[in-house]
Design a binder for this molecule. Sequence first.
Ligand code: XIL
Length: 318
Amino acid sequence: ASGLDTAAVAAGKVYFGTATDNPELTDTAYVAQLSNTNDFGQITPGNSQKWDATEPQQNTFTYTQGDVIADLAKANGQKLRCHNLVWHSQLPSWVTSGTWTNTTLIAVMKNHITNLVTHYKGQCYAWDVVNEGLNEDGTYRESVWYETIGEAYIPIAFAAAAAADPNVKLYYNDYNIEYSGSKATAARNIVKLVQSYGVKIDGVGLQSHFIVGSTPSKSAQAANLAAFTALAVDVAITELDIRMTLPSTAALLSQQSTDYASTVGACMETDGCVGITIWDWTDKNSWVPNTFPGQGAACPWDDNLVKKPAYTGILTAL
Ligand code: XIL
């Protein structure tokens, strides 16, 4: 029987995949479906490669949890999207409340990148090098990175990652860049900025955390993807989920299926769109209810690990 990854690969894509997270891996029914390579040819660790997990104290690196996910991918024969190196969130306090100069913070950032990329060398299909560097209006987010180093932190980060592993694909990843507007334009300017330094950037990840009934149309998403690939970079849908105000109804589940098909269809008709990753596959383990109170049911499988209409919507669009 054809599954999501089987269909995506047959249509010329590199993978269809899902995020996962360490606490979920004690659930045997969950792990069985996560490891079903008909559906998932790729996984992303939802938390365990982030800065707070990997460098909780300065220059003390812990890879135990991240390695569990990397080893699972290897055992299953799945690609691994590695996530992420430089972000404003989930930073330990030694980073956010340190007293840094331009020089010392660049050294901290490069040390972190070099350690992680070297540790996972040969194991990642791609790294999200810089995550969520932009505000909604397209200005740079006022993170410790931008405030201390300026916009050059972005090309410096990509250069450090490329030096540690010349073969892994290097991505800029963000949300609300899935349709045209100031933020998408600014993300393209980040691609151009990195390129202007003579530094490698391979792709842009469009997170695609959407709301049922208000996702951009398939044609709008496809046009937006094409504007990125015109810059000679790949694109990927990296964190797709489509939430609703609870409780879910048959009408909402039907609209959700249509909405999933729009995003998947936009990737399918874009040559440089390499793959699609959902931000976990079951509502049981979705991040949505914790982050958006009153909302949920964002994934293609329900709380009982049963396929929802969205599964068929995705499969039909592949
Ligand atoms: C989320 C995780 O899924 C949650 O478990 C965690 O509490 C917060 O982060 N954009 C990203 C992801 O790039 O890293 C975030 O993941 C979701 C939004």
